[in-house]
Design a binder for this molecule. Structure first.
Ligand code: 28G
Length: 659
């Protein structure tokens, strides 16, 4: 090791040094005071932002043509490192401040403007301040630069404070940058990185950045995975439909229009009723779509209708609706928009605004897809048939809904199900439907509920796995048709959340693996056939207590506990002579206990089901619930920490709340 200091002496003009370093520290403090402004939240999504910011910098260097391999390593001490083979972050001294460039890049909030004059903006991140944000929210961070024969190192601690100034620590023939950091546990309640989340993101990046190799190493499990792809989007679609039943082949188009580069790949699957469209602008996911997605949809609808009409497959005046065409479609759209034209809509960067992207995609898709149809007429005929079947199913569902609405008006509950204990009030937004595991818990819930606004629907046994089922199979199932009729708002594409007879749908199961499985099966149904309920935050999971602690001399008074910490507190509160009861199921509580702990608005805890990342969820659903069980087992084997409800909890972000 060589402890030699920087060869370059501080320039004489560096009299701004003190002022600059004070300014830098106050910037870092700002990030620590309001992390949400920079990374959205301090939950697991926010935690992983720290990683994406650093990975994005490495990716930028690679897409500029420097280095083709990026390695991410999860270390045993909870830190993470990212390594690239680029030019190496510059280490020269910034004239005005006398501070090395690398130090500025990791501590200055306005690096975007001053030190980072990128010709184009690729990463959807924080305009070049990402590295600083990661540093500010880390317990420590170390940058190693391999540059012009030397290895340089600089390290920071306690939220970006300089720990060891830049120095040379050795010699090398490599070039590139390695950043290693440990998130600050005083900022993040949970600092454990998720291997799956990172693996999925790197895999996604590898499809979008064909030719860049991503390596993921986990030192905890001694595993190493590589993501590399030569052709990009075709392989992406292939991975998305892996568990499905494809119809026809993967189709792809690419082109350029007014400087906007476009790539599209798509495939239809039978037995899939959802439309799965993933769009990107400059390699950043546009989860809320935007002009490129709209243009794609318009082009597809117009093209297939024109072709079907011209081929005599549709009666005059009849046309296929966009939604029917897209049923079962998996598509990836990637556009590269020049910097001056890149616009987003709304607060987040989830929706592309650039107006030119709309006609660009419409014209690409409609011309190229019509060529394709003319060359693959049999496929075209099958596709039109499939669209018509979708339309018929949609119309049947609408009729069923109207019928359900009609019957409800005449005789309130009995027609729907003799199992339903209905709510008496008719204020639908306020009403709550409890879906309860087991008839016996259902009985307690019926007795204990507030019947003015709470309804109970007991489930007998495990619900059907509805993943990949067509709507007709779901409505044939007694349990689900009862549920659909009870909610009274239709199903599938015809579902209308405004019609829901309940403002909250609450899943109440035992706190064990069977209960978790039932939750999963019900969530699968809601996700696939009543997704707006989840989008509107109307689906909840009841949280029965895990323990009660009581004084042995007076067993009537209980303290209910939902966690180990609460248990510990309750024990201390009661002191010597306490007893603990562990609840294994809802059935162990009598009606008033169940009401008090799990159902009463004032005292219960509910977990709201939210979709954090629909791409990840779709993928997990297809692995966990898909037709073929072998990938499921592979996946379970690979993920030792696997527990069904935990896995769901990590993607279905739960928010605990009262009331
Ligand atoms: C390993 C994890 C994250 C990076 C580079 C390379 C350069 C650089 C990074 O420059 C300031 C702005 C544009 C020149 C650029 C090196 C030009 C010449 C770079 C990374 C000064 C930033 N030599 N590699 N930043 N530029 N890798 N990996 O962060 O004008 S960041």
């Amino acid at each position: 090791m060589n402890d030699e200091v920087m060869e370059a002496p501080l320039p004489a003009a560096a009299d701004d040094y003190d002022a600059s370093s004070i300014e830098l520290l106050s910037g870092l403090e700002g990030v620590r005071k309001r992390p949400g402004m920079y990374i959205g939240s301090t939950n697991l999504t926010g935690l992983h932002h720290l990683v994406w910011e650093i990975v994005d910098n490495a990716v930028d260097e690679a897409v500029n043509g420097y280095g083709k391999k990026i390695t991410v390593t999860l270390h045993k001490d909870g830190s993470l490192s990212v390594e690239d083979e680029g030019r190496g972050v510059p280490v020269d001294i910034h004239q005005k401040t006398g501070i090395p460039a690398v130090q500025l890049i990791y501590t200055a909030l306005h690096a975007g403007g001053k030190f980072n004059s990128k010709a184009y903006q690729v990463s959807g991140g924080l305009h070049g301040v990402g590295a600083t944000v990661t540093n500010a929210l880390s317990e420590w961070l170390k940058v190693t630069v391999y540059l012009k024969g030397k290895i340089y190192e600089i390290s920071f601690k306690d939220g970006g404070k300089l720990d060891v100034p830049l120095r040379v620590i050795g010699e090398t023939r490599k070039h590139g940058t390695t950043v290693c950091f440990k998130p600050d546990p005083t900022i993040f309640p949970n600092t454990r990185f998720s291997y799956e989340t990172i693996a999925n993101r790197l895999e996604e990046k590898s499809y979008l950045l064909a030719g860049v190799r991503f390596v993921l190493v986990d030192e905890n499990t001694n595993t190493k995975r590589e993501y590399y792809c030569e052709h990009g989007l075709r392989e992406y679609v292939a991975s998305l439909v892996r568990e499905k039943t494809p119809m026809g082949e993967i189709i792809d188009f690419s082109g350029e229009y007014n400087g906007i580069r476009m790539e599209v790949a798509l495939q239809w699957c039978t037995q899939d009723y959802n439309e799965n469209i993933y769009s990107y602008a400059n390699d950043v996911r546009t989860a809320d779509g935007g002009s490129h997605e709209t243009g794609f949809k318009q082009g597809l609808t117009k093209c297939l209708n024109d072709w079907a009409q011209a081929s005599g497959l549709l009666k005059a005046g009849v046309s296929l609706e966009g939604g029917d065409i897209r049923e079962g479609l998996t598509a990836v759209i990637s556009v590269k928009v020049p910097e001056g034209k890149l616009e987003y809509e709304g607060q987040t960067k989830g929706k592309l605004g650039t107006p030119e992207a709309l006609p660009a995609l419409t014209s690409l898709v409609s011309t190229r897809f019509s060529y394709y149809l003319n060359e693959h007429r049999d496929f075209g005929v099958d596709l039109v048939k499939k669209c018509e079947a979708s339309r018929e199913a949609r119309e049947a569902a609408r009729k069923a809904r109207e019928a359900a609405r009609g019957t409800r008006k005449k005789t309130p509950e009995l027609i729907i199900s003799d199992k339903l204990a209905a709510a008496q009030g008719k204020n639908y937004k306020q009403n709550e439907l409890f879906i309860v595991e087991g008839d016996s818990a259902g009985g307690s819930a019926k007795t204990g509920r507030d019947r003015s606004y709470q309804a109970i629907l007991p489930l007998r046994g495990k619900p059907l796995n509805t993943y990949g089922l067509p709507i007709s199979k779901v409505t044939e199932n007694l349990e689900f048709s009862t549920l659909i009729q009870t909610i009274g708002a239709g199903v599938g594409p015809d579902f209308d959340v405004e019609e829901s007879h309940y403002g909250k749908i609450i899943i109440m199961t035992d706190a064990d693996t069977d209960g978790a499985h039932i939750q999963t099966l019900l969530l699968t149904f809601f996700y696939n056939f009543m997704k707006p309920l989840i989008d509107h935050g109307m689906v909840y999971i009841a949280q029965p207590p895990l323990y009660s602690v009581y004084r042995k001399s007076d067993a009537k008074k209980h303290i209910y506990c939902w966690s180990e910490e609460e248990l510990e507190k309750a024990r201390n509160k009661i002191g010597p002579g306490y007893g603990i009861k562990r609840y294994k199921g809802l059935g162990e509580m009598n009606p008033s206990q169940l009401a008090e702990t799990t159902m009463n608005r004032a005292t219960r805890q509910l977990l709201r089901v939210e979709i954090e990342d629909s791409l990840l969820l779709e993928k997990k659903m297809s692995i966990l619930m898909g037709k073929d069980s072998s990938p499921r087992w592979d996946w379970i084997k690979e993920n030792v920490r696997f527990v069904l409800d935990d896995e769901f909890a990590s993607i279905l972000k739960g928010e605990t709340q009262n009331g």
